[in-house]
Write a new protein. Structure first.
Length: 308
């Protein structure tokens, strides 16, 4: 202990100088929009590369669990493809050979025209409506502002502002992209706002996160006169032109009518389990560019459009 104190006392000037340098850099990045963007751009590629190496090592030691999960998924997909009911089978009198049917079926399986993501069929091979697959290499979960890093970048067609979804539902939005990696703000971010709709009756609201439970968000701006039902499905409304309309967000878990407010306090259980999220898809809304240009001229920010 005496040696430690002697060391700190001897180099106190250098240590204080280093501490002040770190503190000044932190304040500069935190309070300057330009410096914060520059920091994200420069660090994104290096951090993504290190995290990618780390995940490769982890994946090697998790091959057994991954294989078990793939077998369960394959079994479920086979049940969906080959229905057990006799009404869905082809009869022997069809004027098409069984070999031809098999080839067509395999071709469809190998290159699907669309993928079911969050209850919504999205085109898989439309150049005007890109669907970019990616793997999550890093994610935060317990902070007020949470981010995910993906192993795709600008060379793969990623652009700032693209929406990110998984098989279960909405994940987040692209914040910054380098050549080979992308950082996104997840739904679990204090500044994320997503325009949403209750599927049953079309009620429109805005999704936001309070920074507490990573499994739940709030659905704001639902009028008190609207009738709510626990278990109602909440999907994207398509109003903010980031996500396609109808992508699953979650289900209504509970709701409270505050005596001093004109709106319900609606708690929504997220469809995506962020603690187990591994694979996602980056999407873009087809009319987004035209809408952005028009709304920029009018000086209008679309409802639910957050810019964290």
């Amino acid at each position: 202990m005496n040696n430690l104190l002697a060391f700190l006392f001897r180099y106190r000037g250098i240590l204080v100088f280093a501490l002040l340098e770190v503190l000044s850099l932190y304040l500069l990045i935190r309070n300057s929009t330009y410096q914060r963007a520059a920091f994200f751009n420069s660090s994104n590629a290096y951090v993504g590369l290190v995290l990618d190496w780390r995940n490769q090592v982890q994946d090697y030691f998790r091959l057994i669990d991954v294989n078990k999960g793939l077998m369960r998924e394959n079994a479920l997909l086979r049940q969906q493809l080959y229905r057990s009911d006799l009404g869905g089978r082809e009869t022997d009198s069809l004027p098409v050979s069984q070999d031809s049917l098999t080839q067509v079926r395999l071709a469809r399986l190998g290159r699907p025209d669309s993928l079911l993501l969050g209850l919504r069929q999205l085109p898989a091979r439309d150049p005007d409506y890109p669907l970019i697959p990616a793997r999550v290499v890093s994610a935060t979960l317990r902070r007020v502002d949470n981010y995910l890093t993906l192993n795709v970048g600008t060379v793969d067609g990623v652009k700032e502002g693209m929406g990110v979804v998984s098989a279960a539902g909405v994940v987040g939005r692209v914040k910054v992209a380098s050549e080979h990696y992308t950082t996104i703000t997840s739904v679990l971010h204090s500044k994320t706002r997503i325009s949403a709709r209750i599927q049953r009756d079309g009620t429109i609201g805005t999704i936001r996160w309070l920074g507490e439970d990573p499994a739940h968000v709030l659905l704001d701006e639902v009028p008190r006169q609207n009738q709510l039902v626990r278990g109602d499905t909440v999907v994207t409304s398509g109003y903010n032109a980031v996500f396609p309309e109808g992508v699953l967000i979650g289900t209504v878990d509970s709701f409270v009518r505050e005596p001093d407010k004109n709106f319900w306090t609606v708690r929504v259980k997220l469809a995506v389990d962020f603690s187990r999220l591994m694979y996602v898809y980056l999407v873009t809304s087809r009319p987004k560019a035209e809408r952005d240009t028009l709304e920029a001229r009018a000086g209008v920010l679309p409802e639910g459009e957050g810019k964290p």
